[in-house]
Design a protein around this ligand. Sequence first.
Ligand code: UGA
Length: 347
Amino acid sequence: MNATLRFDDSSITVALVGCGGFIGCHLLRALLERTQWRIFGVDLDSYRIQEFLSNSRFEFLSADLAEPAVVERIARYPVVVNLAAICTPGRYMAEAAEVIRSNYNHPAALADACAQSGSWLIHFSTSEIYGKTAADSSALVEDESEIVLGPVTASRWSYATAKLLTERYLTGLAGLNWTVVRPFNFVGPYMDFMPGVDGEGIPRVLANFSTALVRGESLKLVNGGVAKRCFTSVHDAVDFVFCLFANANVAIGEAFNVGNAENELSIADLAQMMRLVYASIKGKSESDVPGIEVVSGEAYYGKGYDDSMRRLPSVEKALRLLGFKAIVPLKVSLEESLRWFIGHYEV
Ligand code: UGA
């Protein structure tokens, strides 16, 4: 891999797998706006990227990694970003086998093809590979933290197990140029779906709480909402990928946390913050927006649900090797996300 990928080099084509998803649609926009590159995008969905389909620098293929011919084609490009995944906890219990196929078998096949072709594979993994972290756990360090996953009967961990195996596969595959990205709860416009409108089941917490607010229903706090997360703007995530592109020489062969440790809060506090932001956007008083209801994890998600109680990233490695630090405050992300959600779904 050439250590300097110049953004004005129009001879470069990047393959973006999962270009129609939440992160993919933001990255695609940024690639088209900030570079002269061509983008070969693959996804089963294109509703988030309709405005880009006619762009002459973008070629879209409606497919997924289950098709070997598609995998072969993707691996012909020198840089491959793989964002494709089933990544909503609501599906990890009932659809564990499909979750494992999507998060291990498919990316492993893509890694094999990239090892053959010599492409640089930037693989989006997950902060969930750190497993069942306790409430008093310290910052998660890429190349040091011990990993504990729950028992096999707790199928919540089907996803983390598959993602972790993929990371191990990538690091063990001879000849592969790889970089692993571990997202810490990215948030922003276009995240997930509204149940019953453009998706079924339980989306992740931002979309779930946004849906409840817009529908005037109570926000469901799973097991009291004591678990903590570090929510990170999708715009910071996009900037991180550009830091990778600019630093291929140091990024290859490394795994990076991408998270904003300064945005840490409990899910109960997130619910309250979102209620206040929603009230302010709508010009309502707090007492006029939906309240909060506590539910049990198993009742809400089904048997086998389990949780990470704290997910705090160490951000030192990304800063040291790439000069990257996430900077968008949570309140700014929530305002942007909720305004988008209201504009998109509220009638
Ligand atoms: C999920 C994925 O499993 C991770 O791979 C991914 O990295 C992560 O999202 C992410 O977005 O980066 P998790 O953080 O557990 O992990 O995702 P959410 O479904 O958003 O749940 C966050 C917390 O909120 C959990 O404690 C959950 O129990 C709680 N929650 C969720 C509620 O209290 N109410 C809800 O309506 C939804």
